[in-house]
Design a protein around this ligand. Structure first.
Ligand SMILES: Cc1cc2nc3c(=O)[nH]c(=O)nc-3n(C[C@H](O)[C@H](O)[C@H](O)COP(=O)(O)OP(=O)(O)OC[C@H]3O[C@@H](n4cnc5c(N)ncnc54)[C@H](O)[C@@H]3O)c2cc1C
Ligand SMILES: NC(=O)c1ccc[n+]([C@@H]2O[C@H](COP(=O)([O-])OP(=O)(O)OC[C@H]3O[C@@H](n4cnc5c(N)ncnc54)[C@H](O)[C@@H]3O)[C@@H](O)[C@H]2O)c1
Length: 509
């Protein structure tokens, strides 16, 4: 059974897309002619490949970069950039509807202009792609090739009619949307992240399958842009990896906005009924049928390993991607991997961070380790959910006693003023110390707030010291400092308090 999603429209949709393609994969690009072996051949020009190629070239390495599609990879073209652009417009409509609670008047006839929201997204996407144009990449001294790359041996890659020899290679081919094996889905047609940004009209009734970051962000954005959304998630909670109360706040927020939340629910069959798509949803053995205009899937991503000739290169891989050691080296000591093709945590920032490790380890005999990275992440729903470090459950499983300091956002003055009181800051420390193990922030700007905790963990700064960092008033980031203050207050032992009281009493004499 084919699991290919249907094309919503012909890409390019408008002149912005034409411009994007002109920059990110020019029609008449002439591939260079290799001239001796490369220090580094990079396959894939997404965040991982671009970062590695640029860093290596700027250090004087002879670098080849190969891309089969658009420079920028998933992030720029079909991921973080388009999704966060439409989320911004969705939030604008949410604020307009909510104008009364900010002391304003909601517009009389609020009509969502979906096409304009999507056009704005395409404008932003092509604007951001300027920084990665083929011409600018080549101008940085990188030999840029377009075409499908394939290993022809342990030190050779072929692309189009060129054969490239390398001392080291980096596989940075990313991942693609996994197609859920739901009977009838392929025949009925569906969209995923490769195709949904081609939409020019908002589907009136939409089923989103999958309640991970992609499904939750997409469901909320499309709901705020006018679709009636049903969100089906097979797990009992959205964002299954996150802390329960964070996922619960999100679940409540989605339901409040009018999304039909279906947890513990499997989509078991899809079929066409006239112009509509009928989907059978099963929960606890009971099946209900819903009818929708469109289906979007977000059920995880699978690494791009097929057709790369990895066996010829002696590079081991499986369904979770290329097997790498802590130095990001594959089973071929001269071939490394970075980003989505090998990582459990599939984020733009981890793709870039791992690419930097590869440049140091592969070209300069570095010994930098993947396990030493402190990796935060954020789901850009409203409220946002951000995390870094260990979860309490993980810590306890490893025998580490945990104490948590919690600040509710409704106690943070700026959050109250902004009408963004939902959420919390939770900082987990090793019990009996101020060593920060991890943190979860649920707040409108959690993605910005988590950075202070990441910095603290990275630099070995304890929660006590974090409380001493002066935060401008009023900011929502004060929630982080307030968690530090909560920790500090616990240090006022009864003996200290008694001594302080005695000293103060003596000072009053
Ligand atoms: C909808 C969505 C939203 C997201 N939002 C966020 C977010 O908010 N924040 C975040 O951090 N992450 C986000 N991500 C994840 C992020 O996009 C990825 O983690 C990131 O793009 C991975 O970078 P990469 O370089 O490893 O791979 P990719 O970006 O996938 O790039 C790989 C490149 O390799 C090319 N390629 C593949 N095979 C070959 C071959 N054989 N020959 C030549 N070229 C090849 C591909 O064409 C592609 O351009 C999101 C993802 C999606 C789908
Ligand atoms: N803000 C961000 O950083 C961001 C945003 C979007 C995507 N991403 C990245 O992209 C990757 C993919 O995200 P994702 O949300 O697609 O994957 P995911 O694996 O994180 O979540 C998929 C969810 O779908 C559910 N699911 C799977 N099959 C299902 C089915 N048949 N019916 C109903 N539910 C089903 C799973 O229970 C799971 O919770 C992730 O690694 C993520 O890091 C990141």
């Amino acid at each position: 059974m084919s699991r290919e999603p249907t094309r919503a429209a012909i890409f390019p949709v408008d002149s912005n897309d034409v411009e994007l393609i002109r920059r990110a994969h020019p029609a008449h690009w002439k591939n260079p002619t290799p001239n001796g072996p490369y220090n580094l051949v990079v396959i894939g020009a997404g965040p991982a490949g671009l970062t590695a190629a640029r860093d290596a070239a700027s250090l004087g390495a002879k670098v080849a970069l190969i891309e089969r599609g658009l420079i920028g990879g998933a992030c720029v073209n079909v991921g973080g950039i388009p999704s966060k652009s439409i989320i911004r417009t969705a939030r604008l409509y949410a604020d307009m509807r909510d104008a009364e609670s900010f002391g304003g008047d909601p517009p009389d006839h609020l009509r969502v202009d979906f096409q304009r929201a999507m056009t704005r997204m395409r404008q932003i996407r092509q604007r951001i792609s300027r920084a990665n144009s083929a011409v600018s990449v080549a101008a940085e001294g990188i030999d840029l090739y377009f075409g499908e790359a394939r290993f022809a041996g342990p030190d050779t890659v072929v692309v189009a009619d060129r054969t490239l020899h390398f001392k080291k290679a980096l596989v940075a081919t990313g991942a693609h949307a996994s197609g859920p094996a739901i009977p009838g889905l392929a025949e009925a047609g569906y969209l995923d992240n490769e195709t949904m940004y081609d939409l020019t009209q908002c589907p009136p009734r939409l089923l989103v399958i999958g309640g991970g970051p992609l499904g939750c962000e997409t469901a909320q954005a499309f709901c705020l842009l006018g679709a009636r959304v049903i969100l089906a998630q097979s797990d009992p909670m959205f964002l299954p990896g996150e802390e329960r109360d964070a996922a619960q706040i999100l679940s409540d927020a989605l339901a409040r906005e009018g999304i039909e939340v279906r947890l513990n629910t499997e989509v078991v069959a899809v079929r066409m009924e006239g112009e509509k798509k009928a989907a059978d949803l099963m929960r606890d053995g009971d099946t209900t049928t819903i009818t929708v205009d469109e289906i979007i899937t977000g059920v995880g991503r699978s690494p791009n390993v097929d057709g790369l000739g990895l066996d010829e290169a002696g590079v081991a891989y499986d369904a979770s991607g290329i097997k790498v050691d802590d130095y990001l080296r594959s089973t071929n000591p001269n071939v490394y991997a970075a980003g989505d093709v090998c990582l459990e945590y599939k984020f733009t920032h981890t793709a870039e961070a791992t690419a930097r490790i590869v440049v140091r380890n592969a070209l300069f005999r570095g010994r930098e380790r993947l396990s030493e990275l402190v990796i935060p992440w954020c789901t850009y729903t409203d409220p946002e959910i951000a995390h870094v470090g260990l979860y309490p459950l993980e810590a306890r499983r490893n025998g580490i006693p945990v104490k948590t300091y919690t600040v509710l956002m409704h106690d943070v003055a700026r959050a109250v003023m902004d009408g963004e009181e939902e959420g919390f800051v939770k900082i987990h420390v090793r019990e009996g110390s101020d060593r920060i193990l991890g943190a979860t922030v649920v707040a409108s700007h959690a993605g910005e707030m988590i950075n202070a905790v990441t910095l603290a963990i990275r630099s070995g700064m304890g929660l006590h010291a974090l409380a001493d960092v002066i935060h401008p008033f009023p900011t929502q980031a004060q929630g982080i400092k307030m968690a530090g203050d909560a920790y500090r207050r616990t240090r006022f032992t009864s003996l200290r308090r008694r001594l302080a009281a005695r000293w103060l009493a003596w000072s009053r004499r």
